[in-house]
Write a protein that binds this ligand. Structure first.
Ligand code: GSH
Length: 228
């Protein structure tokens, strides 16, 4: 009898698992949100996208702070459970979809994580500084970039871009011959160069990879989804 019940529950789960899984991504047109929507598109996940208008400060309303206590985007709702921080969300989407774009192997997972952490803590930080100084300052505060901040960011990026150039000179993608969430995550920071004075002229392997990722249908779709 117990066996029959267990069997029935398993069959029920098999048929209803997908319907019970609902992802909602809360975001705006920013590179941090692109990481999540692009990952969802690459994974082929069904999701709903809800705009939280940063220009109207909707992110600071209580409703959004229930999703993200710091009032930021992106935030993810998965069947009523909230997850925030873009790297965590990318991993979570992969983890809940058979680890596709991530890895079951601890060492390969560490390689993917180290690249994502390197981007968040180092290159992404300095490319983000360009974004603030040259895009956000102009668009929202009607002022120009602070030359000292740009000079510091350029100094660091001149040291750090060669690390990425070297990795991409040895393999097709950042962590080997397969696309991973590290590529999507890093790519979204690199999009900043299109709107700022960051130059990739000295880095042919980064340019090759950037075009490869840009041309992916999932990336193009994700950009359309978040465009406001
Ligand atoms: N470390 C966070 C950064 C999130 C973040 O700074 N999001 C920005 C948009 S790209 C935001 O929500 N800014 C609005 C604000 O801070 O008021 C992540 O990776 O998710």
């Amino acid at each position: 009898m117990e066996l029959v019940v267990t069997y029935q529950i398993s069959i029920t789960r098999l048929f209803f698992k997908k319907e019970n899984t609902m992802y909602t991504i809360y975001g705006y047109d920013t590179f941090n949100v692109l990481k999540i929507v692009a990952t969802a598109e690459e994974l082929g996940i069904d999701y709903e996208y809800v705009v939280v208008d940063l220009s109207k400060r909707e992110n600071h309303e209580d409703e959004h702070k229930g999703r993200h206590p710091m009032g930021k985007v992106p935030a993810l709702d998965h069947d009523g459970n909230y997850v925030f921080e873009s790297a965590t969300i990318c991993r979570y989407l992969s983890n809940t979809n058979g680890n596709k774009l991530y890895s079951d192997d601890a060492l390969q997972a560490a390689h993917i994580n180290q690249m994502m952490d390197t981007m968040s803590n180092h290159l992404g930080r300095w490319m983000g500084a360009y974004f603030w100084q040259e895009v956000v300052n102009k668009k929202y505060f009607d002022k120009g970039p602070d030359a000292a901040v740009i000079e510091e960011a350029k100094g660091w990026l001149d040291k750090q871009f060669p690390l990425i150039e070297s990795a991409l000179g040895k393999a097709t993608y950042l962590c080997g011959e397969e696309l991973s969430i590290a590529d999507i995550f890093a790519y979204c920071y690199f999009t900043i160069h299109e709107d700022t004075s960051i130059s990739l002229d000295d880095y042919p392997s980064i340019q090759r990879w950037y075009k490869l990722i840009s041309d992916r249908p999932a990336i193009q779709k994700a950009k359309e989804v978040i465009a406001v």
